[in-house]
Design a binder for this molecule. Structure first.
Ligand SMILES: NC(=O)C1=CN([C@@H]2O[C@H](COP(=O)(O)OP(=O)(O)OC[C@H]3O[C@@H](n4cnc5c(N)ncnc54)[C@H](OP(=O)(O)O)[C@@H]3O)[C@@H](O)[C@H]2O)C=CC1
Ligand SMILES: O=C(O)[C@@H]1CCC=N1
Length: 273
């Protein structure tokens, strides 16, 4: 299983991050094929990671044992149709879909076969080996699951879920959530600029603080995140004033509502696509 070839069909933001994580963590470049209809994106992934690239999805489909479907959800049906039209026997290959909002059943319908299918919900910090991937499998063997787990372990933390609908929860908790943190960072950066720091300073200040806070949480798992926050918050002090303002203006409820909206959108997409 370790010599398997893995093809990424539609190498955009997400596949670029996974391939980067794999290569930096010891997967052989020769084992990885990246496709895209955009030559510039292919040139970048080849230059950055040295993996095999092609604009021909069918060539990649033929050569690979494991096919990662990584186009936007709305483009998946057309892609699957092109696989069927090419007349390649892919019934024994293992497919991994990273697409949000398309069920295994629907993917199998699109491909016209009950193929072995893994749903994976990764996130972009995979590029740095700091990703989280939720995995759900149907029809795969233990050996295949172990290989797929090793692929995503090379990009960060892996969690298997027993029920497919939990993939939507993973989207809300880890797939989409880097964007929530970035939004928070953007807001602090913007305010720092308004306070008179230049753009370079504002960026440096916010990224260093976010990194420091994340590293404190990572390195002190015996201390709850709430306690880490309390440790910054002097009684009657400045942080207390800021945190109380955030709470009074519904930050906690807002985050919860945002995550519900994320899950609801994934469920809606399951009906649309
Ligand atoms: N970005 C994220 O944080 C996450 C994304 N995902 C999932 O990953 C998938 C990809 O998302 P993302 O990487 O952000 O999207 P991107 O648009 O960045 O990547 C998809 C790439 O595939 C190309 N493409 C589209 N159709 C074809 C085709 N038929 N053949 C070859 N290449 C094609 C696109 O080209 P073009 O640029 O010309 O459109 C694009 O470059 C989605 O299904 C999304 O749900 C999952 C978890 C996190
Ligand atoms: O926004 C999206 O739909 C994708 C899935 C998770 C992150 N990006």
């Amino acid at each position: 299983m370790s010599q398997q070839t893995i093809a990424f069909i539609g190498t955009g933001n997400m596949s670029y991050a996974i391939i980067g994580g794999m290569v930096k963590n010891g997967f052989a470049k020769e084992q990885i094929i990246a496709t895209n209809r955009n030559q510039e994106k292919l040139a970048k992934v080849a230059a950055d990671f040295g993996v095999r690239t092609t604009a021909d999805n069918i060539e990649a489909l033929q050569q690979a044992d494991i096919i990662v479907l990584s186009v936007k959800p709305q483009m998946m049906a057309e892609l699957a149709q092109s696989f069927i039209a090419a007349g390649v026997d892919f019934s024994n290959k293992v497919f991994i879909s990273v697409a949000a909002g398309i069920t295994v059943k629907r993917l199998q319908e699109m491909l016209g076969h009950p193929v072995k299918m893994v749903r994976c919900m990764p996130n972009t910090p995979s590029l740095l080996g700091r990703g989280v991937s939720g995995l759900y499998a149907e029809g795969t063997s233990e050996e295949e699951n172990q290989f797929i787990e090793a692929v995503f372990n090379s990009t960060g933390l892996v969690v298997w879920v027993d029920k497919e609908e939990q993939i939507n929860d993973i989207i809300a908790v880890t797939g989409s959530s880097p964007a929530y943190f970035f939004l928070f960072m953007e807001a602090i950066e913007q305010k720092a600029i308004e306070l008179g720091f230049n753009a370079e300073q504002a960026r440096a200040l916010v990224q260093q603080t976010a990194l420091g806070a994340a590293e404190m949480a990572l390195s002190q798992t015996d201390i709850s995140i709430a306690q880490l926050r309390a440790n910054v918050t002097s009684k009657g002090g400045t942080t207390h004033a800021a945190v109380e303002h955030l709470k009074a203006n519904g930050l906690v409820e807002n985050v919860s509502g945002a995550m519900d909206a994320c899950i609801a959108r994934a469920q809606e997409m399951e009906q649309e696509i």
